[in-house]
Design a protein around this ligand. Structure first.
Ligand SMILES: Cc1ncc(COP(=O)(O)O)c(C=O)c1O
Length: 382
C-alpha cells in the first residue's frame, strides 16, 4: 500500500510541475466561462417551477426508471422535447455524459468501427472505449480524412459489412467551431453508417427557437436521416439532464439495452417537470439569442484586432490560445483580479492550453468593451 500512495503523490507532483494541477474554485466575478448561455439557471419562472415541483413531486426518484423511478412527468417531457426538435421519440437520462457514453456503448461492440472527430468530448471517447469498438480518429472537422478512412474500410471484403458509426459534436465545446453537417450526412449515406450528433452546446443558441445547429444547416428531410442526437439540459437549459433523440425503435432498444439507463436511479422527478419550463423559456429567447450572437461577434473581432490568437470559432465559445500553460494561468488569474471569471483549460482536456471564454446573454456590450480593454492592457504587459 505504501507504494500505491507514494505513486499517487508522485503523479500529483508531476501534474503540479507541469502547471496542469486542477481544483474546482468557487464562482466569483462576472461569468465569462459557464455554459448558462441564456442565463436560465437563475430565471425566476424556472426557479418558481422548481420550488413547486419539489413540493409536489418530492426529492429523489427512489429507484431506476424500469423499477419505481419512472414518472408521467418524464413521459411528458420526452414527448414535448421530441416534438420541439422534430424527433420521433427521446430518452431522458441523468446527464449528457451518461447519454453519450451509454448510447455509444449500447450501439457499438468489438466488431463495430466508430469514426470519431479527434476532438470529440470525453463522454463520446469513453463510450467507444467501454464498448470495445475499433476507434478510428479523423482530423478535427476533416471530412476528407474521414472519407479516406471509410474508403479504406470499403476496400476490405472482410470488414466492409461491419457496423460503422460516425460521431461528432455539432459545436465543439473547447474550440467553438462546427463540422460541415451536410458532408457528414452525405458520408453517412454513401457508406451506410449510423450517424450520432451531439448538440450539447448548440441547443438553445442556434436554429429557430434554439432548436440547435442542425436546424440552421440541414433540411427537414436531412434531419430525419440522423440516427441519434444527443442533448444536455446542463447548458442553455440552465438545469441538468441528458436526452437521446431517435426513432421509437431506437428508444425501445436503448430502454432495453443501455446499462447506464437500466442500472441507475432515475433523475429527480422535478428535473423533467421543470425541463418543460426551460423548454418554453428557450423557445421564447430570440432576443437573448440575438444579443448573444452580437456580443460574440464583437468580442471575436475585438480580440483578433488586439492580436489574440483564437481558434477558428464563429460562435459564443471563444478560446484564446497561449504559448504554454503558465502563460494561460497568468492571464486567467489577472482577468480574475480584474473581476472576470474566465478559466484556463489545459491538456489533457484540450491538445493546447487556452482560455475558454463562453459568453451568455446577460453580458452587456459595455462589459465586452471593458473586457477587451483589460485584455489589451494585459497583452502589452505579458
Ligand atoms: C459536447 C459535450 N457533450 C456532452 C457533455 C456532457 O454533458 P453533461 O454536462 O450534461 O454531462 C458535454 C459537457 O461538457 C459536452 O461538452
Amino acid at each position: 500500500m505504501a507504494n500505491f500512495w507514494s505513486e499517487i503523490q508522485s503523479d500529483l507532483s508531476h501534474i503540479i510541475s507541469k502547471h496542469l494541477y486542477r481544483k474546482p474554485y468557487p464562482i466569483a466575478n462576472l461569468d465569462f466561462c459557464s455554459n448558462d448561455y441564456l442565463g436560465l439557471s437563475k430565471h425566476p419562472e424556472l426557479l418558481q417551477a422548481m420550488h413547486q415541483n419539489l413540493d409536489q413531486l418530492g426529492a429523489g426518484s427512489t429507484a431506476a426508471r424500469l423499477v419505481r423511478g419512472h414518472r408521467t412527468e418524464i413521459d411528458d417531457f420526452e414527448a414535448e422535447f421530441s416534438q420541439f426538435i422534430h424527433s420521433e421519440d427521446s430518452l431522458f437520462v441523468a446527464n449528457g455524459f451518461i447519454a453519450n457514453m451509454g448510447l455509444i456503448d449500447t450501439i457499438a461492440d468489438s466488431q463495430t468501427y466508430v469514426f470519431t472527430d479527434r476532438l470529440n468530448h470525453a463522454s463520446i471517447l469513453d463510450g467507444i472505449r467501454i464498448s470495445g469498438a475499433k476507434k478510428k480518429y479523423f482530423h478535427h472537422l476533416d471530412c476528407n480524412h474521414l472519407e479516406e478512412q471509410l474508403e479504406k474500410l470499403e476496400a476490405s471484403p472482410s470488414e466492409k459489412s461491419k457496423r460503422k458509426i460516425i460521431v461528432s459534436e455539432t459545436l465543439f465545446s473547447m474550440d467553438g467551431d462546427s463540422p460541415n453537417l451536410k458532408k457528414l450526412l452525405f458520408l453517412k449515406q454513401k457508406y451506410s453508417c449510423v450517424l450520432v450528433l451531439d448538440e450539447a452546446h448548440a441547443l438553445g443558441v442556434y436554429g429557430p427557437e434554439g432548436k440547435g445547429k442542425i436546424f440552421s444547416e440541414l433540411t427537414e428531410s436531412e434531419i430525419k436521416e440522423i440516427d441519434f442526437r444527443v442533448y444536455t439540459l446542463g447548458k442553455a437549459f440552465g438545469l441538468e439532464g441528458g436526452m437521446i433523440s431517435t426513432t421509437r425503435l431506437g428508444k425501445e432498444y436503448l430502454t432495453n439495452r443501455m446499462r447506464s439507463f437500466i442500472y441507475s436511479t432515475a433523475p429527480l422527478p422535478l428535473i423533467p417537470a421543470s425541463g418543460r419550463i426551460s423548454l418554453q423559456l428557450v423557445r421564447r429567447a430570440d432576443k437573448e439569442r440575438k444579443h448573444l450572437h452580437l456580443i460574440s461577434q464583437t468580442l471575436r473581432t475585438g480580440l483578433k484586432e488586439i492580436g489574440c490568437e483564437l481558434t477558428n470559432t464563429e460562435s459564443h465559445i471563444i478560446p484564446i490560445l497561449f504559448r504554454d500553460e503558465e502563460e494561460t494561468l497568468t492571464f486567467s488569474r489577472k482577468l480574475k483580479d480584474m473581476g472576470f471569471d474566465v478559466r484556463a483549460i489545459r491538456p489533457p482536456t484540450v491538445p493546447s492550453p487556452r482560455l475558454r471564454i463562453s459568453l451568455n446573454s446577460g453580458i452587456t456590450e459595455e462589459q465586452i468593451a471593458y473586457f477587451l480593454k483589460i485584455c489589451r492592457d494585459l497583452k502589452q504587459k505579458i
